[in-house]
Design a protein around this ligand. Structure first.
Ligand code: UFG
Length: 344
């Protein structure tokens, strides 16, 4: 069975992908510097799968340490590269940290692929690179808009680096997966998202508000050109998203790529407004949510949702879980975090 290096494997999406890979019998080497995750995530992974991934606490900005992982595991067949800084607002405050971390990590992995003869990489990209799209649903060939944050720019630059690198080598393949809005947690509530401090993203803010940690949710604008005035996104269950990575790895290892650099949108194909999320959350969990409409958040776009037909046809993958089920999983996870905190 292939051995897969998963950078950022103790993070939110990474940990769910590790569970799916282990479930398919693959061996996993997690590389993570624990800058935005906790080592206990490994217990959650083990408890769900009955298996333990290898774990290397390494910062990918450190070239020597990165190479060291490949020296220790000479039989790695492919890489899934999740590890990156991802907070839009923080990236505006600390742009150099974002460029340094997100670009160097990728460059060091690409160097190592050359030296240690690893042929395949799956990259975590984002729909943020489409900006406000001219046509919806957005397809993979839509023109990329100028990034509105350093974070978004790092994703664009990383895709450029990957594309250029693929032109200069033979026999290697990269798949870039453009995530829409990942939400929810594993149905077991043993792994999920662990936001540090005040969450930036909608669903963790909702669950923390319902749990009494925050007074109310601020809805960033109800004057958009959408049916109810709130902004529209494509919210995808994190387990569905994780499964797409197993498909992408399979495609690479089986040599099914049509070109050495491929891009797939990963979403549900359905646009959902902020008000709709709140209603679904209340219905799914029987919780009443306090909220207030406030002004628009700078840099937010009005609406974006994915055309997923390419991923459906080529990866043989489709998002399956419904919104209420997904929001229930987010709520179960919030309850679990709270009860763990009480025990500590
Ligand atoms: N929102 C609120 N109140 C909040 C938080 C969010 O109303 O407290 C709204 C936002 O305005 C937006 C929607 O909820 O309309 C979703 O916001 P998120 O912050 O959860 O997600 P974004 O779509 O802004 O950002 C996500 C990822 C980014 C990525 C971006 C690409 O978090 O990493 O998608 O569009 F860059």
């Amino acid at each position: 069975m292939p051995k897969i290096l998963v950078s950022g494997g103790t993070g939110y999406i990474g940990s769910h992908a590790v569970v799916e890979l282990l479930g398919k019998g693959m061996e996993v080497v997690i590389v993570d510097n624990l800058s935005n995750s906790e080592i206990e995530v490994l217990d959650g992974i083990k408890s769900i799968t009955g298996k333990s991934p290898h774990f290397e606490e390494v910062d990918l900005k450190d070239r020597k340490a990165t190479y060291g992982v490949f020296e220790k595991h000479p039989d790695i067949s492919a890489i899934i590269h999740f590890a990156a800084y991802k907070a839009v607002g923080e990236s505006v405050e600390k742009p150099l940290d974002y460029y340094e971390n997100n670009l160097l990590s990728l460059i060091h992995l690409l160097e190592a692929m050359k030296i240690y003869k690893v042929d395949h990489l799956v990259f975590s990209s984002s729909c943020t690179i489409y900006g406000e799209p001219d046509h919806l649903p957005v397809t993979e060939d839509a023109p990329l808009k100028k990034a509105t944050s350093p974070y978004g720019n790092t994703k664009q630059i990383c895709e450029d680096i990957l594309q250029d690198t693929m032109k200069s080598v033979e026999g290697k393949g990269v798949i870039s997966l453009r995530y829409f809005n990942p939400i929810g947690a594993h149905p077991s509530a043993k792994i999920g998202e662990l936001p540090l401090g005040v969450p930036n993203n909608l669903v963790p803010f909702i669950t923390q508000t319902a749990a009494g940690l925050r007074e109310y949710l601020s809805i960033f604008g109800d004057d958009y050109n959408t049916p109810d005035g709130s902004a529209i996104r494509d919210y995808i269950n994190v387990v569905d998203l994780a499964k797409a990575h197993v498909r992408a790895i399979g495609r690479l290892l089986e040599g099914k790529q049509k070109s050495s650099f491929e891009v797939f949108n990963l979403g549900t194909g359905r646009g959902v407004s902020v008000f709709e999320i709140i209603k679904s959350f209340e219905k799914a969990t029987n919780q009443k949510l306090n909220y207030k409409v406030v002004g628009r958040r700078e840099g937010d776009i009005e609406k974006v949702y994915a055309d997923t037909s390419f991923a459906n046809a080529e990866l043989g993958w489709k998002a399956e879980k419904g919104l209420e089920e997904t929001l229930q999983s987010a709520w179960r996870w919030e309850m679990k975090i709270r009860s763990n905190k009480m025990k500590k």
